[in-house]
Design a binder for this molecule. Structure first.
Ligand code: EPU
Length: 336
């Protein structure tokens, strides 16, 4: 375990904005974390669990204690005829996990290639891309409750997964440290190639197989999404809004090129990137905060932006989209 006071978080979030936390604890084993929760936790009323920091924007310093679970490990738990169970420690880099599974011919998360962040955060956020969500392959999620220090193990139904949502973002928000997730993956995977240009990109590489799908997805992401190591960003800044049918029909009447897809309960998921681009924001910036010129849903730190500048830009976009289309955008990024 490592412990620091007044610790810089700039390198711990992909936005790369300057912010300090009052206290910072890094845990390299679950045992260290368990002991800390038993002995120290009560002395730290305000806690924040940090994953890969790919979905977090600090608008100022954090006056509390950051817990950083850094435990690693990927392990085959169960090997059945058609499926396997893979146990992944929360501190593993998500994309390394995808690579590990693809190399072993285990299918289910190849479409989730090249998403920044750690495995623990992936389970909180229910990461999704190209027709797949993490929830599709989760068997269970395990960890500690912060208030009681108790261990939990929740199966996929208990996790309350929905679009970019889970119990860990809802009733248990700020009250869990995820230690590991168990995924059920397939030895005879069904390939999902229907989203956008995926099929075309895979065909360019050859036959549809896990490696070609993974590499095609990496190509697509690289062509649209900025590399956080070069340009600070948190992926999609907003969720794609889910609206009632009449609102979507009005949008389509006014803008026949509006992009949206049918969602559950007769509702529609509208492409927030389209709304933001149509409102004229693509490629624009205010100070050092900007809207990515290849994907309007991504806000970027053009260099030296403060978290507040980025959050202010997001607010401007929200009000403008609301005024122009009557649709409210909710951030996907956690703004602190
Ligand atoms: N679009 C525009 N202009 C833009 C961006 C998008 O018109 O500037 C329209 C296009 O018509 C495009 C459609 O929006 O066809 C959808 O765009 P894209 O395929 O890029 O996906 P997205 O809906 O913008 C979502 C996820 C991404 C994920 C992609 C691919 C959310 C909030 N975002 O983005 O996830 O990679 O689908 O599946 O659901 C993330 O969460 O950080 C993230 C990057």
């Amino acid at each position: 375990m490592e412990y620091y006071n007044h610790y810089p978080l700039q390198d711990y979030t992909t936005f790369g904005v300057v912010a300090y936390t009052r206290k910072f604890y890094r845990f390299d084993t679950q045992k260290e974390l368990k002991q800390w929760l038993e002995k120290e936790s009560d002395k730290h009323p305000k806690k924040l669990v940090l994953g890969g920091g790919s979905n977090l924007l600090f608008t100022g310093d954090f006056d509390g204690t950051v817990l950083f679970p850094a435990f690693k490990g990927i392990e085959l738990l169960e090997d059945n005829k058609d499926t396997v169970l893979v146990d992944i420690s929360a501190g593993e880099n998500w994309d390394d996990c995808v690579a590990w599974c693809v190399e072993r011919g285990l299918g289910g998360i190849e479409n989730l290639s090249y998403i920044p962040g750690n495995a623990g955060a992936a389970a909180v956020q229910n990461i999704g891309a190209y027709g797949v969500e993490l929830a599709d392959v989760v068997d269970r999620v395990e960890g500690f409750l912060l208030d009681s220090g108790e261990v939990f193990s929740m199966d996929v139904n208990e996790c309350m997964y929905d679009y970019r949502y889970s119990i860990f973002k809802g009733p248990l928000q700020n009250n869990v440290v995820i230690t590991n997730l168990v995924l059920r993956l397939s030895k005879k995977p069904k390939y999902l190639l229907d989203y956008g240009q995926v099929k075309e990109a895979v065909e360019k590489r050859g036959p549809a197989n896990l490696k070609n799908i993974r590499n095609a997805i990496i190509d697509i992401r690289k062509s649209k999404l900025p590399d956080p190591n070069e340009l600070g960003n948190g992926g999609s800044f907003f969720k794609n809004p889910i609206v009632e049918k009449p609102l979507f029909e009005t949008l389509k009447q006014n803008y026949p090129d509006a992009v949206g897809y049918p969602h559950a309960q007769n509702r529609f998921k509208v492409a927030a990137g389209w709304l933001i681009e149509k409102a004229g924001w693509k490629g624009k910036c205010i100070g050092n905060a900007g809207v990515h010129d290849k994907q309007a849903l991504v806000l970027i730190n053009k260099g030296g932006a403060t978290g507040k500048e980025i959050a202010d830009l997001a607010c401007e976009i929200q009000s403008d989209v609301l005024e122009k289309f009557g649709i409210k955008l909710d951030p996907e990024v956690n703004i602190l």
